[in-house]
Every structure is written in C-alpha cells, then in structure tokens.
Design a protein around this ligand. Sequence first.
Ligand code: KG4
Length: 384
Amino acid sequence: MAETTAVLNWAHRAPCSKTIHDPSAKSPTKIKSHTGFALVTGAKMIILAIETSCDETAVAVMRNGREQLSSELFSQADMHAMYGGVVPEIASRNHTAVIGKLSELAVKNAGIELKDIDAVAVTYAPGLIGALLVGVNFAKGLAFSLGVPLIPVHHIRGHIAANYIAYPELEPPFLCTIVSGGNSLIADVRGYTDIRILGRSRDDAAGECFDKSARVLGLGYPGGPALDKLAQSGDDSLFNLPRPVIDGFPYDMSFSGLKTAVVNIVHNAEQKGETLDTASLAASIARAVSDILVPRIMTAAGELGYSKIAIAGGVAANSRIRADFLKAAEEAGHTLFIPPLKLCGDNAAMIGCQGFYEHLAGVSAGMDLNAYATLDADAEYTEK
Ligand code: KG4
C-alpha cells in the first residue's frame, strides 16, 4: 500500500508538493524531477497499467515496477480469426466494451482499492490508432479522477521491460531483440529509458511473416503458435527460403521476401495439384526467421562488447528461435534473458513495469496525451 500520495496539478503542471516514491534509493532523499515531482524514497509505488495497442485488452497492477499484483488479459483473437487477421474497428469496440470490467478485476485481484493507486501507465504508441485511443482515454479518465500522474509508455519499451519482471537481477545495459506482430528490431538498452535502435525490419515484422505464412497454409489466426507446433515434426532443410542481407546495414532485416516465397510455394503446389509437406515448410520458415534474427544480435553483442542479451515480443515465444538464441548465447558465453511465454505476448504488466522507470525518469503526460500509430522506441515522450 502506498505511504504517500501522488497528486498532479493538471491545470498548471507546475512544480508543487507532489510526492512519489523511489524505492531504488536507499536513504530518504528527495529528488526533484523535471515534471515538478519530488521522488520520495522508502515507499511502495503502485501503478495500474493499461495496454490496448492491438487485439488484447490488458490491465495490470504492479508494485515498484517489477512486482506483479495482478495481470488481466482479454484476448480478442477468436473474434478476428474468421477474418484471418485483426480488424481495427472490431478491436477498438471490444476494448471499449471490456476495459472497465477488466480494470475492476485487476484492482480486485491485486487486493487493493482504487485509492491505493499512485499512478496510471498506458501504452500510447505504436499500434492500431483506434485501439490505442481507447486505452489512452480510459487511462486519462482514471488518472484524472484519482488525481494521480499519467505515465505514457511506448509499447516496444514495454516488451523490453517484460524481461525485468522475469529477471529481478536484470539491469541495463544490454542488447535486446524485439520481435512481435508489428515490429522487429534490435535495441541497445543503455538505460531503462535510454534506448537506441541498432537495426530494424525494412518491411514486414517477423510476426507478420509467421501469421501470413500460417494463413496461406490454412492454420488460422494468430498463426505463429500453430506454425510453431506444426514445425515440430518437420524437416527444416527441405525448403530453401531467403535470408536477405541489407548492404551497409548489418543489423537491419527484411521478412517480406520470405513471406512472398512461402506464399508462392503454397500457390505453386496448389496449382500443380501437389501435396505439400507443410510440417517441413513450417520448420523451414522458423529456421529462416531464426537465421535472420540470431546472428544479428550476436554480431552486435560482439561489436559493442555486450555480454547480456535479451529477446522480447510475441515471436520470442517461438520454440526454434528460443532454442537457437540459447545455443548461440551459450557458445558465445553470453547471458541470455528470455521472458516466460505469458510475458512474451502483449500484456499490461510489462507496461506497468516500464511505466515505473519512465516515472522515475520524470516522464508524465497531461490530459492532452494523444496516441500514435507509429513512433520509434527511442523517441522521448514530449508534451505536445
Ligand atoms: O507481442 P505480440 O503479442 O503483439 C504485438 O505486439 O504484435 O505478438 C504477436 C505475434 C503474432 O504475430 C503471433 O503470431 C506471434 O507473435 N507469435 C508467434 C508465436 N507465438 C506468438 N510466432 C511464432 N511462434 C510462436 N510460438
């Protein structure tokens, strides 16, 4: 339970007697952040976090960043499955329908009351704009009514932070590959809020490649987990799939050629009336994606002198990719951090965790907080 209260003066946002907690500090010193908050030591900070960037409505209650008091998730996957992918309008409407009840549940399951919440964190970018806006506006209303700070959190930073929840000992700096349905990038995590992007996909995300390949194979949506399962009984050397290299940009990636190659293989087989070894195609896809991801971060770790590497995002749940990262890290003598499966995909615990560190860095938003469909993970939040 909170020992002090954080109060935000929405009207002026000027330095005042607001107090929040910095449990990482040992002595009871006060630090003044640029937002005018005094960070006070020795107390527990409770953040209610909201994530609605795609088709998962998620609300979590986190204590001091890494301690999960509750984490609730409502997946809309079944509602989008019949369309073969996420329908933005449907996603927004479902977020609207469930976010209130889910928040009540998160508070109840955390064993707290609304008055115990010290701040509200919310994903504000990147993602489906309508879906993001539902979470942002709900978070604004809650923060405003409770009189607590509103913390904007970048979705990708949240994925990185999933590792902090899983590994209490993990601290920056480290390298992290973030692979999800909408993003694929390699980040140099220099500090909790100091992220540099070393490389990224020039086109599709790795998750998009898995999902579209699965769709053409009739595996439904989301296709990644089904493709992963199918790949277990396949021969990963049966299909020769592309692993593009981008001249002069060793850490950049491309997955659209791989996706197109898979679509062509399936269509050619259909046209010729041939039976396709789908398990081996699935295994070959996983191997190709892994061959694109793993060497890049290993090279980056060698060049930048990092010995700690992490992976994050929905695609980090892939068994082939996890195994290849583990093997490569072991061979190089690096420490590898991989979140458990439930923290790989979208969730609100990771947003609450990153929100805590953003808050300590003095990041807060006013009632003018907006949502952004695209925004780089290294962009600092600035009031518009
Ligand atoms: O992180 P996430 O839940 O949402 C985004 O932020 O995009 O990632 C979802 C993506 C989907 O493309 C899904 O197919 C993929 O993660 N995924 C997987 C696996 N589990 C989820 N891809 C490959 N293998 C898996 N086991």
